[in-house]
Structures are given as C-alpha cells and as structure tokens.
Design a protein around this ligand. Structure first.
Ligand SMILES: CC(C)(COP(=O)(O)OP(=O)(O)OC[C@H]1O[C@@H](n2cnc3c(N)ncnc32)[C@H](O)[C@@H]1OP(=O)(O)O)[C@@H](O)C(=O)NCCC(=O)NCCS
Length: 168
C-alpha cells in the first residue's frame, strides 16, 4: 500500500459518519471543538505531539456535509508490566451532540484498540461529567477507582476500564 491507500484503509463509514485518521488540516477544527468543550483544553502543542506520536490513534468524524463533528484519541501504552489503550480525549461539537456520534466514534476507537491486540482500555473522567460517564457505561466501561485531585483545579477523577479480551 502507498501512503494514500493506507489512509483510505483506515476509513470507516458508520451510519452517516465517515471516521478516519486525523490529518494535519483537521487540527484547527479539533482544537476549536476542544476549546468549546473543556475548561482546561489541551493546547495546540499537545495536539501536535499527539498527532505525531506513532503510539496514538487520532480519529475524526466527518458528517455528510463534510463537517468535522468530533474526535477521539487513544494512546497505546506498552511497558514491561502493562499493555493497554488509554482514551486521551473525546469530544463532539456542541450542536452535533445527542445524535449517537460520541458512541460511534468511541466504538471505532475500541475496535482499533482490539485490532492492535490491546487487552483493555482505560480512561479518566470528571466525577460530575454525567453525559460522558453515561456514554462510557453504555459501552461497557466499569468504574475502577477515584483519583483524588487529578485535575489542575483539584477536582477528582473517576477511572474506568473496559476489558477488550473476547469471552471475558
Ligand atoms: C460525552 C460526549 C462525547 C458524548 O457525545 P454525544 O455524541 O452527545 O453522545 P451520544 O449521542 O453518542 O450519546 C451516547 C450516550 O451518552 C449519554 N449521553 C450523551 N449526552 C448526554 C447528556 N447530555 N446527558 C445524559 N447522558 C448523555 C447517553 O447515555 C447516550 O445514550 P442515549 O442517547 O441512548 O441516551 C459529548 O457530550 C461531549 O463532547 N462532551 C464534552 C467533552 C467531554 O466531556 N468529553 C469526555 C471527557 S472524559
């Protein structure tokens, strides 16, 4: 495969969304959604480093009008003791929420993690983020623990995990 075919091979059409790897030209739109979605958004530099990191699967969802409606970023973490996928960030632009897009792009990330033989996915979420917690539980994530003062403003995080090994 040449590089353009490889990118194509990673495209998936699910319902009315096209989900594909993030391209350089998508980054400004991703940043815009991130800024509108979080009080402490990732900076452009953080997105750049995620975009360039070979251990990161950075996915964007495009609708029929070619609008980038959201993104999902996972990092494959491998050390001697752990092998897992970490959901680094996920967001859907405000006006496209509650259409099932969050569920769709997260399912795509879960499938990619499975393709990479990752045995589990982990994530952290603010304890008061009801919509995200509900989404994670719907996709089978279970709460593991509370991480005190995880966020910059001292807020706690809840950590969740999803087993990706078949039959368990
Ligand atoms: C969390 C987020 C990605 C969900 O995206 P979405 O496209 O609106 O979610 P979906 O339409 O796929 O909804 C899937 C499920 O999530 C839950 N959910 C989504 N929005 C919700 C809301 N406002 N209130 C309660 N539950 C909600 C529901 O369980 C929903 O299932 P249902 O439609 O069958 O009730 C979106 O709200 C978002 O971008 N939030 C800001 C960024 C963020 O908090 N990211 C997570 C950081 S850890």
């Amino acid at each position: 495969l040449d590089s353009s075919e490889k990118v194509k091979a990673e495209e998936r059409v699910i319902g009315d969304l096209l989900i594909r790897n993030c391209c350089f030209v998508d980054l400004s739109q991703v940043e815009r959604i991130e800024k509108a979605s979080f009080d402490d958004p990732y900076t452009a530099i953080i997105f750049w480093s995620l975009f360039l990191d070979p251990k990161v699967c950075f996915r964007v969802a495009i609708n029929k009008d070619k609008v980038l409606v959201g993104y999902s970023i996972i990092k494959l973490e491998t050390s001697k003791s752990t092998k897992q996928s970490h959901l680094v960030s996920i967001a859907i632009a405000q006006k496209f929420r509650r259409k099932g897009y969050g569920k769709t792009i997260l399912r795509d990330s879960i499938n990619l993690a499975k393709d990479k033989q990752s045995p589990r996915m982990i994530l952290e979420v603010r304890a008061d983020n009801e919509s995200a917690i509900s989404l994670y539980r719907k996709l089978g994530f279970v709460q593991e623990s509370v991480i005190p003062s995880y966020y910059g403003n001292g807020e706690d995080a809840l950590s969740f995990s999803l087993n990706l090994i078949k039959g368990i």
